[in-house]
Design a protein. Structure first.
Length: 277
């Protein structure tokens, strides 16, 4: 062990050494407090990058004041256009998986019946028009614009001639179980495979929330009409627990790294779910 006198001499010779060690300890504490951590060399943390590219939404469910999760999921699926990109519904257990699957199946059946009625009406209009061959069908009966690639298609077409998106049918919706601890998955999903995710159950942690975001495809720069969305169903009691607090911290950390319009979007969500104040 070096004598105390030697240590004092080293401090006099290298006065910056002690300050550097103190500064290093202070930085470690600051990094532990900050939700927007940075990587090596000051690069942006992966979780912040993942959060920034997604539109985050939360819907309160349960209790006497709000719809149940099944009712809310049905409402949202009924509003999804048929040409919406692939959608994944994440659940935490088998019970929620079964419940969400029943909702998806019922909405799909109803959408199929509506599609068949619409197609039948279009065919009747074609048959009943004596001058159909003389008409500009697009102007008289209405072309439809694909929501995926924005191409205009003929009024009788069921599929987009460019990208194959369906018209008036149900979008592709998958229900899966995301098990954070075991890493098990019920159902098939791969990273970068969908446009929208629904967290039917609140993710068990911030890490689980970010991992689910990996299922979303990268945003297409040429088609800003199709944002990547993460919609989470949550009861108020869940938002006050650790999972809710983790999501709040992720959003607050992301808010420090985005432009004004994205801050406003995040502030809207935090105003609904932030119980930490």
């Amino acid at each position: 062990m070096a004598p105390h006198g030697h240590d004092r001499r080293m401090k006099r010779l290298c006065p910056a050494a002690g300050a550097a060690r103190a500064h290093s300890r202070g930085n470690k504490k600051a990094r532990a407090r900050s939700p927007a951590r940075t990587g090596l060399g000051g690069t942006e943390a992966p979780e912040i990058t993942a959060m920034k590219r997604v539109v985050h939404q939360v819907g309160l469910v349960g209790g006497e004041d709000y719809d149940s999760k099944a009712e809310r999921l049905e409402q949202l699926l009924e509003r999804l256009p048929a040409d919406t990109g692939a959608t994944i519904v994440f659940t935490n257990d088998r019970s929620s998986f079964n419940e969400a699957s029943e909702v998806v199946a019922a909405c799909k059946r109803e959408a199929g019946r509506a599609h068949n009625r619409c197609k039948s009406e279009r065919l009747k209009a074609a048959v009943s028009s004596d001058k159909l061959c003389e008409l500009n069908a697009g102007e008289e009966l209405g072309d439809w614009t694909c929501g995926v690639c924005t191409l205009e298609n003929g009024w009788l077409a069921d599929d987009c001639s460019a990208c194959g998106a369906r018209r008036g049918a149900f979008p592709k919706v998958s229900v899966v179980i995301a098990d954070e601890k075991a890493g098990n998955r019920s159902g098939n999903w791969t990273p970068a495979s969908c446009q929208i995710i629904f967290n039917y159950d609140v993710p068990r942690s911030g890490v689980d929330y970010v991992r689910r975001l990996s299922a979303l495809e990268p945003q297409e720069a040429f088609n800003p009409r199709a944002p990547r969305v993460a919609y989470t169903f949550a009861e108020e009691v869940e938002l006050k627990g650790k999972p809710g607090r983790d999501i709040v911290q992720l959003l607050k950390g992301t808010r420090k790294c985005v432009e004004a319009s994205k801050k406003a979007e995040i502030d809207s969500v935090l105003g609904l779910i932030d119980y930490t104040a």
